[in-house]
Design a protein around this ligand. Structure first.
Ligand code: SF4
Length: 75
């Protein structure tokens, strides 16, 4: 499964990723930056997760749309 990492310190909270792929990304209510939804997190990190096959496409779309290019996908 592709590993997804968000460099949250550089997020500008533009909402693109959680609008494009709300099944995987969501807005953190505390700091308003993007985070991985709980069910896909790895090692309890809100910045890192694994995308199941059914979400790989929308996660890639979200990464491509991120204006500051901080969503990294490692296959
Ligand atoms: S698309 Fe990028 S900058 Fe925008 S909220 Fe998501 S991670 Fe942050």
């Amino acid at each position: 499964m592709p590993k997804v990492t968000i460099d949250r310190e550089s997020c500008i909270s533009c909402a693109s990723c959680w609008t494009e792929c709300p099944s995987f990304f969501e807005e953190n209510p505390d700091d308003s930056f993007s985070m991985v939804r709980e069910e896909f997190r790895k090692e309890k990190s809100i910045s890192t997760g694994e995308a199941p096959d059914g979400l790989a496409g929308c996660v890639q779309e979200a990464a491509d749309l991120c204006p500051v290019q901080i969503i990294r996908i490692d296959m």
